[in-house]
Design a protein around this ligand. Structure first.
Ligand code: PEP
Ligand code: MN
Length: 344
């Protein structure tokens, strides 16, 4: 931590700041420049509250040297983390291929979609049983029946499953069925929910909030990590923009930006980021080229009948074509795809 003093700070004010630092068991290193005086704070910063120094007379600014997302940072863990679900790995050179419908709608439909995405090379099956809908009158998901269908379908096709939990009271239920718990964009800063999933031992897919900064995303990951669950995968799924041409603004730069700050794997979701089937393939490939550790895509065999997000669903044959392109690109960027038909 560095404390920058105002240009007119008096010796008395500077001494007071130093006394406060030392009273916390830390050391203060005073450096007087021609224009500015700064105090370097040395020691364990964890007990140091920047705000309590910011308010002291004579203090201009307090700057953290170490990020507040201690466990998520590269300082804590310089090697990329790998998250494992059975035979599937995400991160550290392993690409996750997550695919499936927005919502679980019926056993027959889930089976048909799973069969096609599995044959195309997907290695994780998705489907929402609890859907976060803008309207309370829209389809809210099948609940536990949906979880059962997703579990059975994943088992039948040899794929781990991922599904969203929205309510801390449902974490235990969802945990019982799923291999990976999804925290949706709307709940990225539901800190009670993050704490609850942090207490499980299930991998967590943490989607970036639509108005969240990259540091906000990492702070939310920190909530999960701080509870003892190290298995967090970040997901860039677009942020609010001003242009209505796309559903959200796909922030592909977030991928390498996160990698410069954190060891956690990060995947991309061009389905929710763009909301447009014509833009999903190029944006998926851009994500992999930018270093993403996985691609999350919504696929439906009959989008006009989909209960949610039909307009952004890829058809199975479109997904098959895209999956082949992702495989070709993954070889170029040095990534492998575990437990995926068609991959080595
Ligand atoms: C979803 O995955 O279907 C979903 C609702 O995603 P997001 O939270 O990114 O909007
Ligand atoms: Mn969706």
């Amino acid at each position: 931590m560095i404390i920058i003093l105002k240009s007119g700070a008096t010796d008395e004010q500077i001494d007071h700041v130093i006394e406060r630092v030392e009273s916390m068991g830390l050391r203060a290193h005073l450096s007087r420049g021609t224009h500015r005086t700064i105090i370097g704070v040395i020691g364990d910063e964890s007990q140091f509250k920047p705000d309590s120094f910011q308010v002291l007379p004579g203090v201009a600014d307090v700057i953290r040297v170490l990020p507040a997302y201690k466990l998520a940072s590269l300082d804590a863990h310089p090697e990329p983390s790998v998250v494992t679900m059975g035979k599937v790995k995400i991160g550290g050179g392993h690409l996750g291929m997550i695919a499936g419908p927005c919502a679980v709608e019926s056993a027959e439909r889930m089976d048909a979609i799973a069969g096609s995405v599995r044959a195309a090379g997907a290695n994780i099956l998705r489907g929402g049983a609890f859907k976060p809908r803008t309207s309370p009158y829209a389809f809210q998901g099948m609940g536990e029946d949906g979880l059962k269908i997703l579990r059975d379908t994943g088992d039948k096709h040899g794929m781990p499953i991922v599904t969203e939990v929205m309510d801390p009271r449902c974490v235990e239920l969802v945990e019982r069925y799923t291999d990976m718990i999804q925290i949706g964009a709307r709940n990225m800063q539901n800190f009670v929910l993050l704490t609850e999933v942090g207490r499980t031992n299930k991998p967590v897919l943490l989607k970036r909030g639509m108005s969240a900064t990259i540091v906000d995303l990492l702070m939310s990951a920190e909530y999960i990590l701080s509870q003892g669950n190290p298995n967090v995968v970040l997901c860039e799924r677009g942020v609010k923009g001003f242009d209505t041409s796309t559903r959200n603004l796909y922030d592909v730069a977030a991928v390498p930006a996160c990698k410069g700050l954190s060891h956690l794997p990060i995947i991309v979701d061009p389905s929710h980021a763009t909301g447009r089937p014509d833009l999903i393939p190029p944006c998926a490939l851009a994500g992999v080229a930018a270093g993403a550790d996985g691609v999350h895509i919504e696929v439906h065999n009959c989008p006009e009948e989909a209960m949610s997000d039909g307009p952004q669903a890829l058809l199975p044959n479109q997904y098959t074509e895209l999956a082949a392109q992702i495989r070709a690109l993954s070889a170029i960027v040095g990534k492998s795809i575990s437990n995926s038909p068609g991959s080595k």
